[in-house]
Design a protein around this ligand. Structure first.
Ligand SMILES: [Zn+2]
Length: 432
């Protein structure tokens, strides 16, 4: 009899997770109202925000967020890296927290949704749990990371990787990051206290706007992020021969600009023709000596390649390099590539987390698709210490880092509802 009871309890365990969340859904009006209220801090003339990290507007926004966290029954603290953390204890002793959140700092001239949706959405989840009396086995921690736009500062610190050199960088606020962290209540001399190790966090989730147009154009509710793409940069030099543009006949020129033009087209073609979602860009070009009456003797161009798979980035580069060698030798204008050390490796999300988010969307009757993130996020840092997942919601027309940024209240609420369901599934043992 006892065995049967235990068995029934075990079988019922995953069900109770769904029974607990039932058909609880995030409140689109409440989320919209809070997004607009947060947007008052640092509002700009175009209707967006310039709430750069450590500014007065940032501090006012942070205070607003702390208040919302308290109203959602969370105990609030600021860690030594300046991250705002709202915590609620779990029912079971000794379990690591499930953490979710994003950031509220913006780029100068930014919008009201990048980052904000993830923080307001995380608070919405905590508030729903509080109001509906939903208990969790794990503690939950809602995080608003410090200075995401300045180089993932808060999450870098949380994984123990914020370097001294990074602390000396001057931020948009005019303060160094070191001064900024202190200004918002952190302690840059004790960043070790903000660092977490693998195992310290049961799972990390970030809800975020897509910042691209795929979900909006395809009419899909939820993006299940496969990972944050890796980025590699090169300086490309084309060596020609500078000569008089009037006296040198067309068949006696070693024109570095013409080679650079052909190479630019080839880079675009190679990245387009390969199957997959890799992107390659020439974003900068400079001719020397740079005069209308001189055939360019040297041209510098930038090359950037991004993909979710490091091997794919290498493959694209190898194809570009081979084509550059062909073009360069045909035109007798050698092409050299010098990689710049800004490489940021691909950060895949956790496969089980993708499955949990997909299942949550599906059970809620929402459409979803798997997609890479072309932009960087705090989740890419967190992925190095905890099973990490990201939930995207549509950005209207794919506009971001602009006052025109917009995500509908319904889409924001869909994302928060999926977040709630995923957190409860993880709490119920879906990762174990
Ligand atoms: Zn963001």
């Amino acid at each position: 009899m006892l065995i049967r009871v235990v068995l029934i309890a075990l079988l019922a365990a995953p069900l109770s997770v769904f029974a607990q969340s039932g058909d609880i859904a995030a409140d689109p009006d409440r989320m919209e109202q809070r997004i607009l209220a947060l947007g008052k801090f640092g509002t700009n003339e175009e209707g967006g925000v310039s709430r750069v990290a450590y500014s007065d507007a940032d501090i006012a926004g942070r205070n607003y967020i702390k208040g919302l966290m308290r109203d959602a029954g969370l105990s609030v603290r600021v860690d030594t890296a300046g991250n705002i953390i709202g915590r609620r204890e779990g029912s079971e002793e000794g379990l690591p927290p499930i953490m979710f959140g994003s950031h509220i700092d913006s780029v100068p001239g930014g919008g009201n949704y990048d980052g904000d949706v993830g923080v307001i959405g995380a608070i919405e989840v905590a508030q729903l749990m509080y109001e509906r009396g939903i208990t969790t086995r794990h503690p939950i921690e809602i995080v608003s990371f410090t200075d995401e736009e300045g180089g993932l500062v808060g999450s870098r610190a949380m994984i123990g990787k914020l370097s001294d050199a990074a602390l000396d960088v001057v931020s948009h606020s005019g303060m160094t990051i070191r001064e900024g962290i202190e200004h918002v209540g952190g302690d840059p001399s004790r960043l070790d206290l903000a660092a977490r190790k693998p195992g310290d966090i049961a799972a990390f989730l970030e809800l975020h706007i897509e910042q691209g147009a795929i979900l909006h154009e395809d009419g899909v509710n939820i993006g299940v992020v496969e990972g944050i793409v890796g980025i590699r940069w090169w300086d490309v030099t084309v060596e020609g021969f500078a000569n008089h543009a009037g006296t040198t006949p067309m068949n006696r020129r070693w024109d570095a600009m013409v080679t650079a033009a052909e190479l630019t087209l080839a880079i675009n073609r190679i990245a387009t023709d390969l199957p997959g979602r890799q992107v390659a860009t020439v974003g900068k070009i400079q001719a020397f000596p740079g005069a209308p009456n001189v055939i360019p003797g040297e041209v510098l161009l930038s090359l950037e390649i991004r993909d979710l798979d490091a091997a794919k980035i290498q493959q694209v580069f190898d194809l570009i390099k081979a084509e550059a060698d062909r073009i360069g030798s045909r035109r007798s204008t050698p092409v050299r590539f010098q990689e710049i050390d800004v490489a940021s490796p691909p950060a895949p999300t956790d496969e089980q987390m993708r499955r949990i988010i997909s299942a949550s969307a599906e059970e809620l009757g929402m459409s979803f698709s798997l997609m890479p993130s072309g932009a960087g996020h705090d989740a890419q840092d967190m992925a190095t210490i905890a099973p990490t997942g990201m939930i995207f919601v549509p950005s209207v027309d794919g506009i971001s880092h602009s006052p025109q940024e917009f995500t509908s209240p319904e889409d924001m609420a869909n994302g928060a509802t999926v977040l709630l369901k995923a957190v409860l599934a993880i709490d119920g043992g879906a990762l174990e």
